[in-house]
Design a protein around this ligand. Structure first.
Ligand SMILES: Nc1nc2c(ncn2[C@@H]2O[C@H](COP(=O)(O)OP(=O)(O)OP(=O)(O)O)[C@@H](O)[C@H]2O)c(=O)[nH]1
Ligand SMILES: [Mg+2]
Length: 452
């Protein structure tokens, strides 16, 4: 996520060493320009941004701090579209009706499910409506997603007229008092006039409160061009940028915000249902510059872990009493949170680590399967007190046999667990953050100066 940009920022900043070093500033700006262009930021946006950053830095006095501040201010200002709606906005009278539009394969159906999940976690009654009657199996795909996130579904495979479907769905939503109706539509090219007309009639039929354009961030400038076209033809009220994980050239966010004049509302950061984040300009700017994103991390965690539970666990960790039962519980809540990688990249200074780390697949990891099998073969007492096993070879043998592992494997997992618990205990202390930073330095991570 924004990796190309983050690296280049670090490089550019390193070039400014001395106060009032005009030559260095020019070099840093040059570096920034190259990487912004490489990251798919439109050349007009680059030009404007660089001019503003240069002016502001000179006005404040050339230096690393002033350069960073200027960059931060101007990135945020570009990412802040007029009107400035953020995240999900409810209509004054329910149901809030949302139309999902976009090109083929941009992520409309997945994002419809993610939004439904997001709203459900906030206590809303959501209806997912299948109005993609073009692609074979599109209705079934949404039905399955609805079942997965446990929200209601409306759709009929045999129907051919999306206008009829959405009208009926809206009727049902009003009668059964739904809070939000999310309508998934067929993927289409803006040049396909028949399909654009269909979309317009669907829009007319429901009078949606929001028309979201779902843009694939991997498509770069194409995403910007077609968003503009959809806005002209149908009228959009927000953009959701998908596939921000992987090799996304994050710069497309800047181009979209600058050129479409419609606010970015959410970003998709993975294939799983929880991988959706509210787009907040300041947060994205900070992440872009490697400052981390504590707020959205906290928001995401809060939705799945209840606070009491979290406190209990951190107390246990601090006392060195974290056991296998807690481990299983944690595993489950992490799974609910979505991909670990996107979570880690939100922690300040951890951007580099997230990059180094392959996305862990907790459900399919061999290691985790072994550990689960092992825990299942333990007695309740052993789960609560791993030390019982460490010191007792007959227990080890029994557990190994039950789990289909060798005693050596059991030994290895026990030791790893013990080390991890010690490690966690150390970081739970007051000096925790300092230790992590030192560790990052030792690992070769380039710490950025704090941004205020
Ligand atoms: N990595 C990643 N993959 C995503 C994201 N959003 C969607 N995808 C994947 O993109 C592919 C297409 O997603 P869909 O939701 O089916 O796209 P669509 O726009 O509904 O496609 P059509 O209905 O055919 O137009 C699927 O494989 C999704 O898993 C995301 O934020 N990150
Ligand atoms: Mg679809």
């Amino acid at each position: 996520m924004f990796e190309t940009l983050s690296n280049s920022f670090t490089n550019a900043i390193k070039k400014i060493r001395f106060k009032d070093d005009e030559k260095a500033l020019k070099k840093a700006l040059g570096e920034l320009k190259k990487s912004l262009l490489k990251s798919d930021v439109h050349h007009k946006v680059v030009k404007e941004l660089l001019q503003k950053v240069e002016l502001q830095t000179k006005r404040e006095g050339i230096g690393r701090e002033s350069f960073l501040q200027a960059l931060q201010d101007n990135l945020t200002s570009i990412l802040t579209a007029p009107g400035a709606k953020q995240g999900f906005v409810y209509a004054s009278k329910p149901p809030t009706v949302v139309l999902m539009t976009g090109l083929q394969g941009s992520g409309k159906t997945t994002t419809s499910g993610k939004l439904a999940n997001y709203l459900k976690l906030r206590g809303k009654k959501v209806l997912l409506v299948a109005a993609d009657l073009q692609r074979l199996a599109a209705v079934e795909q949404l039905r399955q997603i609805a079942a997965q996130v446990e929200v209601d579904f409306f759709g009929e495979e045999s129907e051919q007229d999306p206008v009829k479907v959405v009208k009926e769905a809206l009727q049902v939503a009003k009668e059964k008092l739904y809070d939000v109706v999310i309508i998934d539509t067929a993927g289409r090219l803006a040049i396909d006039e028949a399909l654009m007309e269909e979309l317009k009639s669907v829009k007319e039929a429901v009078g949606p409160d929001e028309v979201f354009y779902v843009a694939d961030s991997l498509t770069g400038q194409d995403a910007v061009r077609s968003a503009a076209k959809f806005n002209e033809e149908v009228g959009i009220t927000g953009v959701i940028l998908t596939k921000f994980d992987g090799d996304s050239k994050g710069g497309v966010a800047l181009s979209l915000a600058h050129q479409i004049g419609v606010p970015l509302r959410f970003i998709g950061t993975g294939e799983k249902m929880p991988d959706l984040e509210v787009f907040i300009p300041e947060r994205i700017t900070n992440r872009l510059m490697g400052a981390g994103d504590i707020e959205s991390l906290a928001e995401k965690t809060a939705a799945v872990i209840d606070e009491k539970q979290a406190k209990k666990i951190s107390k246990k960790i601090a006392k060195g009493k974290f056991n296998f039962e807690d481990f299983l519980e944690q595993l489950e809540s992490i799974k609910k949170m979505g991909s670990l990688k996107s979570l880690i990249s939100m922690i300040p200074g951890m951007g580099n680590m997230a990059k180094a780390m392959k996305d862990l697949d907790l459900e399919n990891s061999k290691e985790i399967k072994k550990i689960k099998a092992m825990i299942n073969s333990m007695t309740p007492k052993e789960r609560k007190d791993p030390d019982l096993i460490l010191k007792n070879s007959s227990r080890k043998r029994r557990i190994a046999q039950g789990a289909g592992l060798t005693p050596q494997e059991v030994n290895k997992i026990l030791k790893q667990f013990n080390n991890a618990a010690k490690f966690a205990k150390k970081f739970a202390g007051k000096k925790g953050m300092q230790d992590i930073q030192n560790l990052m330095k030792q690992m070769g991570g380039q710490g950025m100066p704090p941004i205020r």
